[in-house]
Design a protein around this ligand. Structure first.
Ligand code: SF4
Length: 474
């Protein structure tokens, strides 16, 4: 997926004016929030598991080289092979070479964000392969020639009607009667088409949710079983994953799994949880002849030992996206690369650079909901603030913003002047708002009121209220 993060402002304006997108986002986000909260309430030990999971990941990250080497040795012992990719281009090259050596032409792909990072589909197409996405959401956006807009629900931005239209244009057989837009019918049609591909695929590429160092196993969760079919039917199975996915033991992986499903979609567990350990053995009824794991770094090892190390605890559950008011309003495409929402606004600048991504750390209200729901207790707001500070230090923020901050800093260091100006501002704004109490246009901060009204200040300011509560004078 080519990055277009520098177009964030234009992408946001487009998203806010897209009525269909707003409808799709509105329907989807409430479902995720409610389901997660019910699933968490039903598990009284959720917080205890969360603390254990955090400790497991912190320990693993402190000894990442050890666990990765152990994983590599165990994969080799079970007949597979680990490949190391420093950059996304390395990963795309390695995957394409393995596919070419297999002698096949058709590649089945399960959902993988690493595949998006490395533009694997584009590399395969260039090398003459036919790559078919087998996850329903990924399949839909492949037909639409669009990138995913959510890390666990790639087609969340599409309505049922849009998907019906897409299927009609792409493969509806009119002998089966008129196409319906009902979910069951759409799923049946996608299943009919994908089954044909499953039996004729030569190479299967899947992601991996966890890599288990003690056994060399790859843990994969899906709700559709497409990952299992992509991995076991073709002659070659390639797993693409990033280095921080490793955990020491099987028991550690199960601790993570108890958080993943609940945080992602409110399920106790995903419908399918599969452990792949090496290629097919002589006594196995099915499975691939070759098993490869390609591990991508792409700047992750540089995050170790920095203030961003904690980001590597992420298990890609998507809860922070679902609860983010900014993501919920603009959708994932506005962020312009693979990882949207709060986790993306931290991760993307670390991978693409702060200059290319300068709007992303500012695309947050810092309300803290992302950190509150993150099963791995990642301090996302703190890291977003660290990016903002670094941007300011490097002079990457807009001139107007620098001037506003300097002016605010000057006034904030002079409490009397601060109170005087704030009081003046509040009364001017309240007067300008009139009886409605809302401002639809601000002369020096137009962006605030492009798409919403600003409530005018009412009553006393914070400092007065603070003093009054303590019995002093303002
Ligand atoms: S940052 Fe936390 S909430 Fe967001 S995707 Fe990662 S683990 Fe999930």
């Amino acid at each position: 997926m080519k990055p277009i993060t520098h177009q964030f402002g234009a992408n946001v304006r487009k998203a806010l004016g897209d009525v269909t997108l707003q409808k799709a986002l509105g329907r989807a986000k409430q479902g995720f929030i409610l389901k997660r909260s019910k699933a968490v309430e039903a598990l009284p030990e959720f917080e205890a598991i969360r603390a254990t999971a955090k400790a497991i990941k912190d320990h693993t990250l402190a000894h990442l080289d050890h666990y990765l080497e152990k994983f590599e040795a165990q994969v080799a012992a079970s007949g597979g092979q680990v490949h190391w990719a420093e950059t996304p281009a390395d990963l795309a090259r390695i995957v394409t070479e393995i596919a070419r050596t297999s002698g096949g032409r058709k590649v089945l792909k399960g959902k993988s964000m690493i595949g998006e990072e490395a533009e694997v589909n584009e590399a395969l197409a260039e090398a003459g392969f036919e790559a078919i996405e087998t996850d329903l959401g990924e399949y839909i956006i492949q037909l639409a020639h669009e990138p995913p807009s959510h890390i666990i629900a790639p087609a969340i931005h599409k309505t049922r009607e849009q998907i019906g239209d897409l299927f009609r244009k792409s493969h509806h057989d009119s002998r089966l009667g008129p196409q319906q837009n009902e979910v069951a019918e759409l799923v049946t049609e996608a299943r009919r088409v994908l089954r044909g591909h499953f039996v004729s695929g030569d190479v299967g590429i899947t992601g991996g949710n966890f890599l288990v160092a003690e056994t060399g196993s790859v843990v994969l969760v899906t709700n559709e079983g497409n990952g299992d079919l992509s991995a076991t039917l073709p002659r070659v199975h390639i797993v693409t994953a990033s280095i921080e996915k490793v955990v020491p033991t099987l028991e550690d992986a199960t601790t993570m799994l108890r958080l993943l499903g609940r945080s992602a979609s409110g399920q106790e567990m995903s419908v399918y949880t599969t452990l792949f350990t090496g290629p097919r053995r002589a006594e196995d009824p099915d499975g691939p002849n070759e098993f490869h794991v390609v591990l991508l770094d792409n700047g992750r090892s540089k995050m170790l030992g920095t203030e961003f190390q904690e980001m590597l605890r992420c298990i890609k559950c998507g809860a922070c996206l679902n609860h983010c008011p900014v993501y919920g309003t603009v959708g994932g495409h506005a962020y312009g690369w693979v990882y949207p929402g709060p986790m993306g606004s931290v991760l993307t600048p670390l991978m693409l650079g702060l200059k290319e991504t300068r709007d992303l750390p500012n695309a947050s209200t810092l309300c803290g909901r992302c950190e509150a729901v993150c099963p791995m207790s990642i301090p996302l707001p703190r890291m977003l603030r660290a990016h903002r500070t670094e941007q300011h230090r490097k002079g990457l923020d807009a001139q107007r913003q620098r001037f506003a901050l300097m002016a605010w800093g000057f006034v904030a260091r002079r409490p009397r002047l601060y109170r005087l100006l704030m009081g003046f501002n509040a009364s001017v704004l309240a007067k300008a708002a009139g009886r409605t109490g809302r401002l639809s246009r601000l002369p020096f901060a137009k962006a605030w009121t492009f798409d919403r009204d600003l409530p005018a200040p009412q009553g006393q300011g914070f400092v007065s209220a603070w003093h009054k509560q303590r019995g002093g004078s303002p």
